[in-house]
Design a protein around this ligand. Sequence first.
Ligand code: ADP
Ligand code: MG
Ligand code: MG
Length: 211
Amino acid sequence: SEELTGADVAAVFHRYAKTVAELKDLLTELDTAVGDGDHGTNLDRGMRAAVEALDAGTPGTPGAVFNLVGRRLVSTVGGASGALYGTAFLRAAGAAGDATGLDASRMAAVLRQATDGIAARGKCAAGDKTMYDVWSAATEAVESAAAGGTGLAAALSAGAVAAAETVRRMVPWQARRGRASYLGERSVGHRDPGAVSSQALFECLAAQAAA
Ligand code: ADP
Ligand code: MG
Ligand code: MG
């Protein structure tokens, strides 16, 4: 579709909760190698709570859905990722405002605010080897597609491709933020757990827009 309504954004999060449950063991394994081994359980707990809140009464607009999910993540996930994803979705909610639908250019603006929120909250920058690198690359891809007049489904598909490519490109990097940075050079050669879970989110967005 060329626009995501509130119900569509809620469907993105249902899709994402299911994907996170499937990726839980992988995310845990990745975070065991470079962190404290809880990224899978953190995000699974948070997304279960988010979907539960959505099911209790799906809010009408995309902004209201982002707001509810963001608040649930902040309150149920103790780790860094809860604050980071939570901040991203709360910023997304602010950017979406009262709009009843998100087309490609509005989606680009929403993702830009979310991405900037992660940078502010994480005090991170491009190249630090965190989830931010994936958000940043995917957002840039959506922005440039939207600026070129591409529709929502194709723009989000470009975002998902950029996300996947960035996860692969980051493997040889050394982490400079988060627990993985404590490993120094030993963080080289691993996929960042938050980068992988972020790639999955962009794939869920693209899949929903393509549905
Ligand atoms: P914790 O590190 O508190 O256990 P999680 O394991 O749930 O939290 O999440 C780890 C992920 O969070 C990392 O893989 C990374 O992508 C992201 N992350 C951690 N710290 C930062 C930061 N300062 N800036 C951006 N992203 C970060
Ligand atoms: Mg962890
Ligand atoms: Mg932790």
